[in-house]
Design a protein around this ligand. Structure first.
Ligand code: TMP
Length: 195
């Protein structure tokens, strides 16, 4: 059984819908589970949302996402100590993938810089699902939304997509084909978590 699971992918990859359904399925099967997300809805998390929408300086945005995560880890630790399975919609790889894309022309190795900044201050998940989808297809899925945030355009999401592929090597990661049906994805995640 895995206890701390994160869901990653570009905007429109379907990870929020699937992660919520997986949490429901776990609860229905009698496992205590909580679904949470980043950026969080705390004061820091709300400030992060403002940073994204107001095109803030990428360093400010990076530090703020990390601050939000360090604070979030306190709650995650508490849930895990209570024996609750924690499913988190976006976590550290979001910062590596998105903020490295923002910082790519500013510093030498933004991915490593971002990883080094917080790695000793945050929890390592037992499993990270990466929802892999072509950025054109994911954008087509979210075009109808009332508001698209500044990150939701093709050139940027292509960089984010490539960063995700770079940072998701290793045993902790499971790549999922995000064009599969929601039911299939929920079952894949659920079976992997309870294994
Ligand atoms: P959401 O769509 O999952 O609510 O996330 C809002 C946006 O924030 C989304 O485009 C991804 C972005 N994001 C980052 O750029 N860095 C991060 O660390 C996180 C958690 C999200």
């Amino acid at each position: 059984m895995k206890n701390f699971i994160t869901f990653e992918g570009i905007d429109g990859s379907g990870k929020s819908t699937v992660s919520k359904l997986v949490a429901e399925k776990l609860k229905a099967a009698g496992y205590p589970a909580v679904w949470t997300f980043e950026p969080t809805d705390s004061k820091v998390g709300q400030f992060v949302q403002d940073c994204i929408r107001s095109h803030s300086d990428p360093f400010v945005t990076s530090f703020t996402f990390i601050a939000d995560r360090i604070q979030h880890c306190k709650a995650i630790t508490q849930w895990m100590q209570e024996g609750t399975v924690v499913l988190c919609d976006r976590y550290a790889e979001s910062t590596y993938a998105y903020q490295a894309a923002q910082l790519e022309d500013t510093i030498k190795n933004p991915l490593k810089w971002l990883q080094d900044l917080s790695k000793d201050r945050i929890l390592i998940p037992d499993r990270t699902f990466l929802f892999v989808i072509d950025p054109k297809a994911s954008l087509a899925r979210i075009q109808h939304r009332d508001e698209l945030i500044p990150f939701e355009h093709l050139a940027f999401l292509e960089k984010v997509h490539n960063n995700y592929l770079t940072v998701s090597k290793g045993k902790r990661f499971l790549h999922l084909d995000a064009t599969k049906s929601i039911d299939e994805l929920v079952t894949l995640c659920y079976n992997d978590i309870i294994k």
